[in-house]
Design a binder for this molecule. Sequence first.
Ligand code: HEC
Ligand code: HEC
Length: 393
Amino acid sequence: MQMKENFKSALLAGIALAAILAVAITAMSAQSAMSAPPAKTDPANAPKTTEQVYKNIKVLTGVPAEQLIPAMQFITGSLGVGCNFCHVEGHFDQDDKKPKEIARKMMTMMFAINKDNFGGHREVTCNSCHNGSPKPVSVPVVGDEAGKPMAAEAMAAPPDSEKPDLSKLPSASDVVDKYVQAVGGAAAIEKISTRSGKGTVTGFGGHKFPVEILNESPDKSAVVTHYPNGDGVVAYNGHEGWTAFPHRPSRDMEGPDLAAAKIDADLHLPIDLKKMFSELKVGPPQKIGDREAYQIIGLREGQSPVEFYFDEQSGLLVRQVRYAESPLGLYPTRIDYADYRDQNGVKIPFAWTTARPGGSSIVQLETVEQNVPVDEATFAKPPAPDPNAAPHP
Ligand code: HEC
Ligand code: HEC
């Protein structure tokens, strides 16, 4: 039953490939016409197996030949590819495409997984991992807009054949220099000592709350959200970070959260980027919305890489993606910056969307003041919560 459904959806997914499929089926019927059609009612004349009908079967042996094409359709549906991803049309028996060889190994692996873990039941299939893409996505997909999950395809890596020649791209240093210029130049950036922004944050199921963002050079930051039942704070004082929600004990940031907070808090990020990482390397460019962006990957000891994307035209930072290491895998956070406006000679984003696999939130600032006094108390870490205190509801 399950299998039937799978084949049905594979068939539906394969509708676009109908033309190629028709060729294959024509080739097949020609083949079966040559051999005597098996009479299913006669037990002495058992249905032919794949290797009896086809020329080059190494893994899918011993199964009825009639299941071969459905198996192929299941593969194309699972990987979101056409038959020609693995085959040259008209020469299905040849092994001249690498993905075909990989597919054989995958089949063997899949059988072994199910044999070793699921008592031989076919629980894990190509689709369990591939989910419509030739390259399985090993990192959970982050949500797009508030509450809306993003299509897996949008995050899938391009096939090897489409990989750009990174040596032809501008160097990481050039991209960062262009970013500094785009923002207003190093001198203008250095003149900013504080920033105070007011606006709204939308997220948490579409709810909108007033928010205040405070920064002090070099890297102190506080985001204060005014909830109906009190203020929530996410703050970083240059070496420690913490989050606090109304009527809840504050929580210290650790490891990757802390490293990330330091980046977010940096008031002079454009001129500090090169100092922040031990190495900046060029990654494959990406399309973000309808615009091309250069990717620069920041590497540093003991931390997972951070990806920065810069608009190829404007030079401005449009996206940051970072990953928190966990025992189970990498957990991604993606921040998209938008609505850049000129303020005291520097361009700063008035809007940004922070997305994680569980959901996302959007900050939209309405007003920004710079070089105004900021209340130091905002960056004072609250006392450590009493571990014996009764938990708040
Ligand atoms: C991801 C790779 C992949 C895709 C996509 C794929 N195939 Fe295959 N195909 C294989 C592999 C691997 C074999 C050999 C299986 C084995 O050795 O057990 C094979 C074998 C075949 C054979 C048997 C050829 C012979 O004479 O030995 C036919 C026919 C075939 N595929 C048709 C198709 C058709 C039609 C499609 C599209 C609906 C398709 N395949 C899509 C990987 C693929
Ligand atoms: C347990 C997870 C898992 C299962 C099950 C699985 N795959 Fe894969 N497959 C992967 C991963 C991971 C990669 C990517 C490896 C890499 O990027 O080097 C991959 C890569 C491939 C590739 C190469 C794609 C490319 O772009 O070059 C092919 C073809 C493929 N798988 C076919 C299959 C087929 C067919 C099945 C089902 C028989 C299958 N896979 C089942 C995990 C899986």
